[in-house]
Design a protein around this ligand. Sequence first.
Ligand code: ACO
Length: 466
Amino acid sequence: MADLKKLFYPSSIAVVGASRNPKKIGHLILKNLIEYGYKSRIYPVNPAADEVLGLKAYPSVSSIPEPVDVVVVSVPAPKVPEVIEDAGKAGAKFAVIISSGFKEVGNVELEKKVVETARKYGMRVLGPNIFGYVYTPSRINATFGPRDVIPGGVAFITQSGALGIALMGTTIMEGIGVSAIISIGNKADLDDADFLEFFENDPNTNIVLIYLEGITNGRRFVEAASRVTIKKPIVVIKSGRTEAGARAAASHTGSLAGNIAFYETAFKQSGILFAKSVEEAFDWVKALTWNPLPNSDRIVVITNGGGAGVQASDTLADNGLLLQKPPKNLVEEIRKFVPPFASLANPIDLTGMAPTDWYYKAVYAALNDPDVDSIVVLYCHTALTHPVEVADAIMNAVKDSGGLKKPMTVALIGGVEAYEGIKKLTQAKIPAYPTPERAAAAMAAIHRYVKYREYVTKRLSYLGGS
Ligand code: ACO
């Protein structure tokens, strides 16, 4: 098991190739590192410069007055071996190699040489062919991606650089807080399993999201993932699901995408939630990171529109979750304020004439009913109400109930006003979506995780006991 402590809690970081040119990658990484607030020592390394971004520059890692923990390397690939040799000799513990031009373009030998050199000195390698890494508890943003990453509980491991860097922006837009973002690129040395092992016991991480093209050591991955899913969920976006996708993955990071049936089995065995798209993955991550887990499968759907309720019911049923009759007490509570023609089966239809306070009362009652395990709230924008007011009513019901003690997802369906409401709920860490299907699918992911966790716990205890 790799000891990654000094990668995430380094005493010092050097940036090799810290260019004076503000448009170059090495410069941008140094800038992010400084401006995101890494508090310990930062050393720019550039033989052509005396100073970069106000910090004294050194001609090589070995000329820095202390052994550094992390060396971020942003010089062209042919120069990387000599930088690694020098950093290794100087006692650096981790090399984070940004440079492209290795296995992904056929330079297998060059990549091998870099790893062999690093390992000779006991140094571990992240990359090459990556955009860097983030660890918010240490205020490290050693990437050339967006700077103001929101701290939170999601650890994101990505094999794709460009997609990963773009998704860094998505986390900010969606208000999703991250503990870590790891670009793993060619995985010449450290791979997904190493990071899973770290996140398993990382108190700052409550969910792991992985964008995966291929796995090198399937058995180790499954073992590590199984241990993690007992403690926290893992959502994986597996690209290269089709033959065309697999061909694209091979030329991207040099990975073998493999047979999708193999992955599906491996994911099931280790309790991983398999997302088919980026959108689905982020929907589930929001629901999982902001919600507690349910006790059982007694889901209640509250809506003001029959059609939205039907769509949510179908999506839940597609995921093996059949809606049961709502608890009697809840029905009696809601019957007090809705018209006689309201359907109080499940979905509970507040009717199209529902004002915001009906949403407040219904959500409050469901949150406080011990026979309700989770809630899907749906709202179709009508002229009677404004989606932002409905969002406020839902937020107040949560607040007056002492916070989310059971999982809830919300769909506000409509135009731009509905998006305003979604934004408001998201800021309050209540997962909200623009369609009933997405709210229901996100809820289904939570329930599926609970089932997977039971299964993996049993499987591991059986294996341990045999
Ligand atoms: N040690 C330290 N600094 C050095 C050394 C050395 N041995 N040799 C040169 N330098 C300096 C240079 O003088 C330069 O500084 P200056 O601009 O102040 O003169 C700086 O290091 C950078 O060197 P350049 O030769 O200018 O390299 P450049 O910055 O153009 O490119 C890079 C380096 C970014 C690593 C490039 O080779 C590369 O691989 N780019 C692709 C990166 C990438 O896409 N990564 C993958 C995935 S992320 C994604 O897909 C979005």
